[in-house]
Design a protein around this ligand. Structure first.
Ligand SMILES: O=C[C@H](O)COP(=O)(O)O
Length: 248
């Protein structure tokens, strides 16, 4: 049985005080369920978020990290630094990082390996652009991203990873892939994972959908057979919405 995981990606939003009041507001309202709730926040907030979420079932994630442990990489944050703060998750290869910060499948692969080495769970993002979808290339794009992202990772480690399928055209646009469409691509991703590892691992690994998920559509999305969670941008910024998402 795969444990559902609802992760908020705050992107470049919120100050420390805003993050603290957010947690204050949601903490009593997250049901004690089997759903894992995660907030992926900017680096500057992580330490405080860890403190204010202590004793709750809310986990904390970063939105990126470098694949080296230290070195001359001005402006970067290493896995050791995230480990210092006992960060649970890290988003790797979000489409915004691929698009604006030259993230490639190769750097994604290095980062996923490094996160696993330091026991930080990577949320590895894949997904096609609108042009790629319209050209009928969705499956070949996600296949290649998944295969390259997982290259050289042993099977036992693969099952710890969370994969997030985020069609780029659905991010922040209000357009959601239909839940059936999203489920079909996610079932296909499971098939790709089976081919690079084993059937058991592909059944165990958790795969999220991301792209304009909100309280009004989360239940339908989560009811799909192969979708185990959601990676939520905009709607994760409002305490009321976040509570509804996690208590779907
Ligand atoms: O990481 C989250 C995704 O980019 C989705 O963002 P969104 O929910 O604002 O569409």
């Amino acid at each position: 049985m795969r444990k559902p995981i609802i992760a908020g990606n705050w992107k470049m939003h919120k100050t420390i005080n805003e993050a603290k009041s957010f947690v204050e507001e949601i903490k009593g309202s997250i049901k004690e369920t089997d759903v894992e709730a995660v907030i992926c926040a900017p680096y500057t907030i992580l330490k405080d978020l860890k403190e204010v979420t202590k004793g709750t079932n809310i986990k904390v994630g970063a939105q990126n990290m470098h694949f080296e442990e230290n070195g001359a990489f001005t402006g970067e944050i290493s896995p050791l630094m995230l480990k210092d703060l006992e960060i649970d998750y890290v988003i790797i290869g979000h489409s915004e990082r691929r698009q604006y910060f030259n993230e490639t499948d190769e750097t994604v692969n290095k980062k996923v390996k490094k996160a696993l080495e330091h026991s930080i769970i990577p949320i590895m993002c894949v997904g096609e652009s609108l042009e790629e979808r319209e050209a009928g290339d969705t499956k070949s794009i996600v296949k290649s991203q998944v295969e390259k992202g997982l290259e050289g990772i042993n099977h036992e480690d693969i099952k710890k990873i969370v994969v997030a399928y985020e069609p780029i055209w659905a991010i922040g646009t209000g357009k959601t892939a239909s839940s059936e469409d999203a489920n079909e691509v996610i079932a296909y991703i499971r098939e790709v994972i089976k081919n690079v590892s084993s059937e058991d691992i592909s059944e165990e690994i958790r795969i999220q959908y991301g792209g304009s998920v909100k309280p009004s559509n989360v239940e339908e999305i989560m009811n799909q057979s192969d979708i185990d969670g959601a990676l939520v941008g905009g709607a994760s910024l409002e305490p009321k919405d976040f509570i509804e998402l996690v208590n779907f």
